[in-house]
Design a protein around this ligand. Structure first.
Ligand SMILES: Nc1nc2c(ncn2[C@@H]2O[C@H](COP(=O)(O)OP(=O)(O)OP(=O)(O)O)[C@@H](O)[C@H]2O)c(=O)[nH]1
Ligand SMILES: [Mg+2]
Length: 457
């Protein structure tokens, strides 16, 4: 039986409300000694999962706070144990008094993620759903919220269950094969097994491929704005952010240090750097800026290559275009569309993924830029029949290991290796699939995963 744990589930800051959680067998009876519900006898006489108003008191009877409390009886609770949850006024001092009282009554401080770990160990959610909780808390975009919420509500678990159900049938087919002498093995039987393996492989491949989308959803994309001095790079950054983040001036060579900001464009989180204008210079500080600009472009997955549409292209534009083309994705941005055009098609524009004309001063064309980014990073999941992407390296590694084991199994079957040897690979695939959901994960790995959660989660 696990002990009683307690923690604040909200940050220790002045706020409207603060939530304190308690979990463990007997915790509701423990709360009888500190929570006094209005119009009811005791905490333990409160109805399951109904919120009730009352007063929190120390052992000497002095009041700590008034609050709403919810008591849930095992197994119908978040953790699967008896739980109590207090929604108090958001006073860090009152919360700390409440926790001290709970500790004096025998509860102990919960470890990071311990409530969710108990929920996992009690079968309330699988590991993909538990990890989705962290993703949801960390989500910075609508897409990240959607993905985490889909995982939380079982999208990934359902997919893995399908795969697991197909895989688990295979060993029984194999025992039939192993029991018969080799001559009696029906070719049909082998091809049936291969067909199941192929279906599972297709499912795992889709999940494995979703990891790239998952990475974009979770971490965003590194992007850099580059171009010749005065092209309007900093003006573009400011226009995209909606505030004057970077200094803009008619003097060429204004920006020196790279300026990094996060923003959402085309539904994608960009970690965007504005950089110094690329040109030959003898000014040491500017030279350092140019070298930082080149590094930012080299590290970027997406380069926004800004050209001044009102100026005839020169060698600096060539250099910027070359640097942009070295990145996996690049968009040619012809700025200053309000001025008479001197440059209709910038250097190497035909080799860039997209071209948009904008006016950073008025914001004209920014919606086209938004659409261009959205098109470059379209969501591949619906086409793959998925509603959620894998978002962490642990899940991806386990899926890839399952896939590799099945590749070995089908190769072996096709080359006539004895079925009992192939069975080992199938079993490995089953174990790896179970590692994604947490069914076959070692205790220390589980510990490690939950230690990354917040205290109180
Ligand atoms: N007419 C017009 N002027 C613009 C536009 N965008 C920027 N400018 C002007 O161009 C000049 C340079 O703009 P910046 O944004 O500082 O250009 P930059 O590329 O960051 O320049 P450096 O930091 O020096 O490399 C400023 O005077 C801006 O007001 C535009 O769309 N139209
Ligand atoms: Mg600038």
């Amino acid at each position: 039986m696990s002990d009683i744990i307690a923690a604040a589930a909200t940050p220790a800051a002045k706020s409207a409300l603060a939530v304190v959680r308690v979990s463990g067998a007997g915790c509701i009876e423990m709360c009888d000694r500190l929570f006094f519900p209005a119009g009811k006898k005791s905490a333990s006489s409160c109805e399951h999962s109904k919120s009730v108003y009352g007063t929190l008191r120390r052992e000497d009877g002095s009041a700590i706070d008034t609050c709403l409390a919810v008591f849930c009886r095992a197994p119908k609770s978040y953790t699967g144990e008896d739980t109590a949850e207090f929604s108090c006024h958001g006073s860090p001092a009152a919360v700390s008094s409440l926790l001290s009282s709970l500790f004096r009554l025998g509860a102990r401080q919960a470890q990071p993620g311990e409530f969710t770990k108990r929920a996992f160990l009690n079968g309330k959610l699988d590991l993909t759903a538990a990890e989705a909780i962290v993703d949801l808390v960390d989500a910075e975009t609508e897409a990240a919220v959607k993905n985490a919420a889909a995982q939380l509500t079982g999208a990934m678990s359902a997919r893995l269950k399908e795969i697991y159900t197909l895989l688990i049938q295979l060993p029984s087919h194999f025992s039939a094969l192993v029991d018969f002498p080799e001559d009696d093995v029906e070719p049909q039987e082998i091809s049936d097994i291969l067909a199941v393996i192929d279906r599972v492989k297709a499912g795992l491949r889709a999940l494995s491929a979703s990891a790239e989308r998952g990475r974009i959803i979770r971490d965003g994309i590194r992007a850099a704005i580059i171009g010749r001095p005065n092209a309007g790079k900093s003006s573009l950054l400011n226009a995209l952010l909606g505030w004057d983040r970077a200094i803009v001036s008619p003097l060429a060579g204004t920006t020196r240090d790279t300026i990094e900001e996060k923003l959402i464009l085309g539904g994608v989180l960009l970690r965007l750097s504005d950089t110094a204008g690329l040109r030959e210079t003898s000014d040491e500080t500017e030279l350092e800026g140019v070298s930082r600009a080149i590094s930012a472009a080299r590290d970027a997955e997406l380069v926004l290559c800004v050209f001044d549409g009102s100026a005839v292209p020169g060698p600096e534009d060539e250099a910027a275009a070359e640097a942009a083309l070295a990145a996996p994705y690049q968009i040619a941005i012809v700025n200053k569309s309000d001025l008479p055009a001197a440059c209709h098609t910038p250097p190497h524009a035909e080799r860039m993924k997209k071209l948009v004309r904008v006016c950073a001063l008025t914001g004209d064309g920014l919606s086209e830029l938004d659409a261009a980014v959205a098109e470059l990073f379209t969501d591949p999941l619906p086409a793959a029949g998925l509603t959620a992407a894998i978002t962490n390296a642990r899940q991806a590694a386990a899926v890839n290991a399952a896939l590799a084991a099945l590749e070995r199994a089908s190769d072996a079957l096709l080359s006539g290796v004895t079925p009992d040897a192939v069975l080992l690979d199938i079993e490995e695939a089953l174990i790896c699939t179970g590692q994604v959901t947490g069914d076959t994960l070692r205790g220390d790995v589980v510990e490690n995963i939950f230690s990354r959660f917040c205290v109180g989660k």
